[in-house]
Write a protein that binds this ligand. Structure first.
Ligand code: FAD
Length: 562
């Protein structure tokens, strides 16, 4: 045990909810610590669909949820405009969607207070020509898209400005209890292995789909029902508007434009462990088949990768157990473990949506304050987050426009797709060092565009390694070795997402990028390191004879290291 520290409140989990909770606690005068086992936003918040809900998807089945969404949609546009693209949303009736649903939809939106305007089909098709020309009706709603990492950073910056702390790569591994109270938590630094004892007055678990695991450490059972959702990333924005099917929410019925790409989603399947799941080729094929009803020809468009996230669904034992995960409520619940489980100073916040994270945090902190006798009101709906210009949402060309406004010229681009420059990366490294290429990706969007890191990973690896060469670990690990390590871990993660879609044109692309890394850059010698480890110089393995065999072989090598 290296040290001990004391805080008013410990918040477990560095997704949007935890970031919102620690911000709110801090603004009410409670000095708090947020701990996250990985980088911030590496749980569900970094693996979601990207939609700023208008509430339209809930209007027909859950008016309260819809009302919360539209209220928080307006709040977030005000306090966090830099994290939002104001894409607008269409709810379109395809020939497959039931007439009675479509007929009742505008009234349900009106009941929830959501602006919903029917527009001529021709007008929608002229803005979004890739849409199915057979759609019958179109409603326009205030959907948008949200950048999660930037949103978390802004919340944490506000929390820090109000005296709190947030530690990434720190995992809660145990709680100390005295009687009916948690008195301390043991937190392990995942990079160094060192542990710290945190004395606390109160614990908030904002661990999402992992909340059951945190509860178990406190000797409590919490009935989480994690639901996996699969999404597909396309190499282009075939739509600039969020497009939803106007029907009861189902698989593959929404396309969200996110920065330079568009994302089709999603599914909902129960999983036993939120850390263990796969995406199958069957799931990919089923999503594309449904997506074709919105955008015919989708099956011929180029997919970049697939990914999945796990919904933090909660179903109390008293509720009838739904067979289908889609039947489990998306509402948020604050579980007070005092009444239920006899642990006085511990609450879990579960369920909910990213769009409503601030409200979830407000409700949670109200509960904590009531217990601690704090009477400060919540201010998070009115205070604009740090780094935001009121009313200025981002748009696709904003980075280029800012560069040109500053005089233009050579931008020292590292990632062409997402317009990430060397000064942007250096600024991020200055602020967040030590970090990996994957951390850079979340912080700057490096490698998230159409080439998916093919052309920028090795450039960024050089910068990361250069930084390492001047740090404390410099003598222990040579620059080249650090660059190699950075590239392999990044490619391994990327490969996971391309394997289930590796067919047709995507297989060609995967083959080309892997060929570049395995050939000229000699990465295959890194993923089969035996000769190098014995002091034999690294050497690229000869190219296998066929496309299929080579990509399979390369894939196996990456898979073997997962
Ligand atoms: C497929 C899918 C699509 C979705 N799409 C949308 C959408 O478009 N719009 C929308 O509004 N919502 C959407 N949602 C819902 C939304 O993403 C989630 O509700 C939200 O991101 C949950 O955030 P969170 O902070 O509660 O959980 P998380 O982001 O999962 O944060 C919990 C954190 O706890 C950490 N943790 C776990 N154990 C420990 C430990 N022992 N110590 C320290 N830290 C720990 C985890 O690493 C994790 O980062 C979607 C969800 C899914 C699954």
């Amino acid at each position: 045990m290296s040290e001990s520290q004391a805080f008013d409140v410990l918040v477990v989990g560095g997704g949007a909810t935890g970031a919102g909770v620690v911000r709110d606690l801090s603004r009410r005068g409670l000095r708090s610590l947020l701990v996250e086992r990985g980088d911030f936003g590496t749980g569900t918040t970094g693996r979601y669909h990207g939609l700023l809900h208008s509430g339209g998807r809930y209007a027909m089945k859950d008016s309260n949820a819809a009302r919360e969404c539209i209220a928080e949609n307006r709040v977030l546009r005000r306090i966090a405009p830099a994290s939002i693209e104001d894409t607008g949303g269409y709810f379109v009736a395809t020939p497959d969607d039931p007439e009675d649903y479509v007929e009742q939809f505008p009234a349900a939106c009106a009941k929830a207070g959501i602006e919903c305007e029917e527009i001529p089909v021709a007008q929608a098709l002229s803005r979004e020509p890739a849409l199915n020309p057979r759609i019958r009706r179109v409603f326009r709603l205030p959907d948008g898209s949200v950048e999660p990492w930037n949103l978390i950073e802004a919340n944490l910056a506000d929390a820090r400005a109000h005296g709190s702390e947030a530690w990434s790569y720190h995992r809660v591994v145990a709680f100390d209890k005295t009687g009916e109270r948690i008195t301390a938590a043991t937190v392990r630094d995942e990079r160094s292995g060192a542990t710290t004892k945190i004395s606390v007055r109160f614990v908030v678990s904002a661990a999402g789909a992992w909340a059951g695991q945190i509860a178990a450490m406190a000797g409590v059972q919490l009935e989480m029902r994690p639901g996996k959702g699969v999404m597909l990333i396309y190499n282009q924005r075939m739509t600039d508007t969020v497009v939803n099917r106007c029907h009861k929410s189902s698989d593959g019925d929404i396309m969200v434009p996110v920065h330079t790409v568009a994302i089709l989603g999603t599914t909902d399947v129960r999983v036993a462990d939120p850390d263990v799941y796969e995406v199958s080729r069957e799931e990919v094929a089923a999503l594309i088949a449904e997506g074709e009803k919105l955008f015919p020809g989708l099956g011929k468009m180029r997919l970049l990768r697939t990914y999945a996230g796990v919904r933090p669904l909660y179903q109390p034992p008293a509720d009838v157990q739904a067979a289908d995960n889609r039947a489990v409520s998306r509402a948020h619940t604050i579980v007070d473990h005092a009444d239920r489980d006899g642990v006085d100073n511990y609450v879990s916040i579960v369920g909910g949506k990213l769009t409503t994270f601030r409200l979830m945090a407000e409700d949670t902190v109200n509960a904590v304050c009531a217990k601690l006798g704090v009477t400060e009101p919540c201010t998070t709906a009115d205070a604009i987050l740090p780094g935001q210009v009121p009313g200025k949402t981002y748009w696709l060309g904003h980075r280029l426009a800012e560069h040109e406004a500053e005089g233009g010229g050579d931008a020292a681009l590292i990632c062409e797709c997402e317009f990430v420059t060397r000064p942007m990366l250096n600024a991020f490294l200055d602020e967040h060092w030590p970090c990996s290429i994957d951390d850079l990706r979340r912080g700057t969007r490096l490698g998230m565009g159409p080439c998916q890191g093919g052309y920028c990973t090795f450039r960024a690896a050089g910068l990361v390694a250069e930084r390492g060469a001047h740090g404390a670990a410099a003598a222990a690990q040579p620059v080249a070795e650090q660059a190699d390590e950075a590239i392999v871990s990044y490619l391994r993660e990327r490969f996971k997402g391309t394997r289930p879609i590796a067919a047709g044109r995507q297989l060609q692309e995967l083959w080309m990028v892997l060929g570049m890394y395995l050939g000229p850059l000699g990465v295959e010698s890194l993923i089969n390191p035996a000769p190098a480890a014995q002091g034999v110089p690294a050497k690229a393995t000869p190219v296998p004879a066929t496309r299929a065999s080579k990509s399979t072989k390369a894939g196996e090598a990456f898979d073997a290291q997962r």
